[in-house]
Ligand binder design. Structure first.
Ligand SMILES: Nc1nc2c(c(=O)[nH]1)N[C@H]1C(S)=C(S)[C@@H](COP(=O)(O)OP(=O)(O)OC[C@H]3O[C@@H](n4cnc5c(=O)[nH]c(N)nc54)[C@H](O)[C@@H]3O)O[C@H]1N2
Ligand SMILES: Nc1nc2c(c(=O)[nH]1)N[C@H]1C(S)=C(S)[C@@H](COP(=O)(O)OP(=O)(O)OC[C@H]3O[C@@H](n4cnc5c(=O)[nH]c(N)nc54)[C@H](O)[C@@H]3O)O[C@H]1N2
Ligand code: SF4
Ligand SMILES: [Mo]
Length: 729
């Protein structure tokens, strides 16, 4: 079988005459690349390039960023609001006023009949920060439901929870510049070359100038693992055991930074006692990494003058997600690697504005990392908005992963989805589909009218995309970047900012709370809420003009700061956001609680991403030069396992789990071990029909990366036909 590049043409972006380059920021991943969009002489957008003067990407872009401008005119865009009585009916086009009046009425009806929390709102990490703040005002201040969350529960919740437990507050403490100072790096469940290509490029450049060991912990031979000095193919879900064992080696050999531990942490004795049970001889049988290798890596990390850890979904999406993050923080606290150049615990965030929603959306609390649980915080925000503090709940409501079961239980009757596609992205899709069928009222607010969730919507709000709007994103290293508006919204679609602001007018408090007319005025308002004694999330010195001039500024950046640089690192002074200013060392015990392979379902089912697609492909699936590299749902399977089962390369197979089944193409590769398949989650009716999604007890994040499946043969012609039918191309 011919398998290679002989007939492929490279992507060529023809150069076109550009009248003006407009500054903006990429709206896919959390790297935060600055893009210049080229506007042609006819006013149309013709091309893009990476901004050479931007600190983050220094002229580079990945395949998604360079082709992003093709989104503006892509197929399936929503151009007018749609409405219908029952989801089984056909949609009718309607005016914005009517769509909003009707929706507000339905929300109020549901709240009157079943209680305020019976209407839920689930948003995203992909809006602009000013839109998040405005949505928070609308939901917390006007609609008044406590069942308000975002898809970040599928993504960053474990990192947030782990940071709060260890350091007393959320916020990644390091930056990309740390690559230039570190002497040793460990990457846990993070595949930078595909998922954050430009962060990877920064890392690669730093290692070319000055080599330092890179240790990759991932059950799969990812592209990052291929470039590593040491690859630890860990048994899925057991990172905590590996880290505990490293800590046991470090402490028993006296390699810890005792002065740092004594001055800046609590809980060392308990941690020491707990990790004593995880000597490498015992631990190797659980985590699958040889005892000598555990010792070697522990010594390498502890002896490095500066060492750093990064992690992404291999840690967060686990039943031990929050504990895994806390344990990575333990490793760095014990070795004195927080807040110093090249020494940090850096969660690589996911979506372009995963940080912005954490900071300002009020999903898990109130704006600016304020908490619903603190009376003083409730009062501050209520006074600032001009409403009664009693309007706020006194503790956080349900997370996204609990809102859906509450629909099943009949507690939640209505839902508003903003920029998220849970029918494809949530685990155990057959069950999620039944929950959608039970909703009395569903609003879908999305750039695309053909997103899967509109199948169940009663109202569809067409939203403007990316640079059809204006506002900020915060990237992985706390850098606030600006998306400048370069083109008008498509058809009669509207910015999310406008939709929230207009919706607020239909609620009593919406006539009390001021909603600024523009995103920039909203940013100025948020600045006022960011000032305060000891606040790290301080943006008060920023302005749109300064952000554009600097091509991004990191917070904290306080009013009166000279120059255009924020602080690159948090906790450099060893003071944390806890009551006594010390970080918490958290003793983590491993509980073996995953669904694991057995006789009936003998394979681990691992899932993740590929470079050319973003999430549920509503966007990249429409861009020819992204889609052509991965047009079909597929799985990676080890050739030895395939031979045993009689599965040929590029043949279709059926995967079956205890939840459902999915038909995929087989790709034979040694990237995965013999007892594992890996499936990109980008396709509808695919891996999330199989996943179980057990939840982390602290963060409520699903363990997307671990469940068990078996593999069955299918009729090839039938499978190929099915594949075409289900919009796979
Ligand atoms: N091209 C592209 N880039 C993206 C995205 C995209 O959809 N497409 N999405 C963005 C978003 S929102 C996110 S959250 C990030 C995700 O970025 P990543 O987390 O880097 O990507 P994933 O492929 O989901 O998972 C990473 C790795 O976790 C490994 N893993 C599985 N189980 C375990 C385990 O038990 N332990 C360890 N240590 N590793 C394990 C998997 O084998 C996989 O290689 O990417 C962002 N960037
Ligand atoms: N099996 C498995 N499942 C996973 C994961 C995994 O690794 N494995 N990863 C999880 C993770 S980390 C994440 S982050 C989630 C992502 O899951 P989702 O958020 O459900 O996925 P997206 O496809 O990004 O959905 C975003 C939607 O917003 C729309 N959109 C884009 N921009 C805008 C805008 O400006 N305004 C509006 N209104 N709409 C907009 C897009 O068209 C798209 O339909 O998936 C999770 N699911
Ligand atoms: S690395 Fe991320 S932010 Fe940069 S161009 Fe690619 S998708 Fe966009
Ligand atoms: Mo994510």
């Amino acid at each position: 079988m011919l398998f290679g590049r002989t007939k492929r043409k490279p992507i060529v972006i023809p150069s076109k005459p550009v009248k003006e380059w407009k500054y903006t920021t990429c709206n896919y991943c959390s790297t935060g690349c600055a893009i210049e969009i080229g506007v042609g002489y006819d006013g149309k957008i013709v091309t893009s390039r990476g901004h050479a003067g931007a600190d983050v990407n220094r002229g580079k872009l990945c395949i998604k960023g360079i082709l992003e401008h093709e989104l503006f005119q892509s197929d399936g865009r929503g151009d007018q609001p749609l409405i219908r009585q029952r989801y089984q009916d056909d949609f009718e086009p309607t005016e914005w006023d009517h769509a909003m009046d009707h929706s507000a009425e339905k929300i109020k009806d549901i709240q009157q009949k079943y209680g305020r929390d019976a209407f839920a709102v689930v948003s995203t990490g992909q809006l602009l920060t000013e839109e998040f703040y405005t949505l928070g005002k609308l939901v917390r201040g006007c609609i008044g439901t406590n069942n308000y969350d975002g898809n970040t529960t599928l993504c960053m919740a474990s990192a947030v929870s782990g940071y709060k437990r260890s350091f007393g507050s959320d916020g990644p403490p390091g930056c990309y510049g740390d690559f230039e100072h570190t002497e040793c790096m460990m990457a846990f469940g993070s595949n930078l070359p595909e998922q954050h290509p430009v962060i990877y490029w920064r890392l690669k450049e730093a290692r070319e100038k000055r080599h330092f060991p890179l240790i990759v912990v991932d059950p799969r031979v990812t592209m990052l693992a291929q470039f590593a000095d040491i690859h630890l193919p860990i048994t899925p879900g057991t990172d905590c055991v590996l880290i505990n064992s490293m800590l046991q080696v470090i402490i028993s050999e006296g390699l810890q930074d005792q002065a740092y531990i004594d001055a800046h942490t609590n809980g060392f004795e308990e941690l020491k006692a707990t990790v004593a049970d995880y000597d490498p001889i015992t631990a190797q049988h659980v985590c699958g990494i040889d005892e000598d290798m555990i010792r070697h890596v522990a010594r390498l990390y502890a002896r490095a003058p500066a060492a750093m850890s990064i992690w992404t979904m291999g840690i967060n999406q686990s039943t031990h997600g929050s504990d895994g993050v806390a344990n990575i923080n333990n490793l760095n606290l014990v070795t004195g690697n927080i807040g110093k150049p090249g020494g940090t615990s850096l969660s690589i965030t996911g979506q372009c504005n995963a940080m912005g929603t954490r900071e300002w959306s009020s999903c898990s609390g109130l704006p600016g990392y304020r908490k619903l649980e603190k009376p003083q915080h409730r009062e501050e925000i209520a006074n600032f908005w001009g409403i009664d503090p009693e309007f706020f709940p006194k503790q956080r409501g349900l997370t996204q992963t609990d809102i859906f079961p509450a629909i099943e239980a009949g507690e939640v009757k209505g839902l508003w989805l903003v920029a998220t596609n849970p029918l494809t992205s949530m685990p155990n899709q057959p069950r999620i589909r039944k929950m959608f069928e039970k909703l009395e009222f569903l609003i879908v607010q999305d750039v695309y009218k053909d997103v899967e969730t509109t199948d169940y919507a009663h109202v569809y709000f067409p939203a403007a995309v990316w640079a059809e709007k204006e506002g900020c994103h915060t990237n992985t290293e706390r850098r606030v970047n600006l998306v400048r508006n370069v083109i008008a919204p498509y058809g009669n679609s509207k910015t999310d900012f406008w939709i929230f602001k207009e919706m607020s007018k239909r609620f009593d408090n919406g006539r009390v709370i001021a909603f600024p007319e523009t995103p920039e005025a909203t940013f100025e308002e948020m600045k006022q809420l960011s000032v305060g004694e000891g606040r790290t999330l301080d943006i008060s010195g920023m302005s749109y003009r300064k952000i554009e001039q600097a091509r991004g500024i990191q917070w904290p950046y306080r009013e009166g700061t000279e120059g255009l640089k924020g602080e690159p690192r948090l906790y450099a002074d060893g003071r944390f956001q806890t009551e006594d200013g010390r970080a918490n060392l958290i003793a983590v015990k491993f509980r073996d609680n995953n669904e694991k392979p057995d006789e009936d379902y003998p394979f681990w089912c691992n899932s993740g991403r590929v470079v050319e697609h973003f999430h549920t492909r509503t966007r990249t699936g429409k861009i020819g030069n992204c889609n052509k590299f991965s047009p079909t749902p597929y799985m990676e399977i080890n050739p030895d396992a395939a031979e045993e089962l009689g599965i040929a390369h590029q043949s279709y197979v059926r995967l079956v789990s205890r939840r459902g089944d999915a038909v995929v193409l087989a790709q034979l590769t040694h990237r995965v071990p013999r007892n594992m398949v890996f499936i990109p989650f980008h396709f509808h009716d695919c891996v999330n029909r199989l996943t179980l999604g057990l939840l982390d007890p602290y963060s409520r994040q699903p363990a997307f990366k671990q469940c068990a499946v078996r593999i069955e043969q299918v009729d090839q012609a039938e499978a190929a036909r099915l594949n075409v039918e289900r919009r796979a191309f």
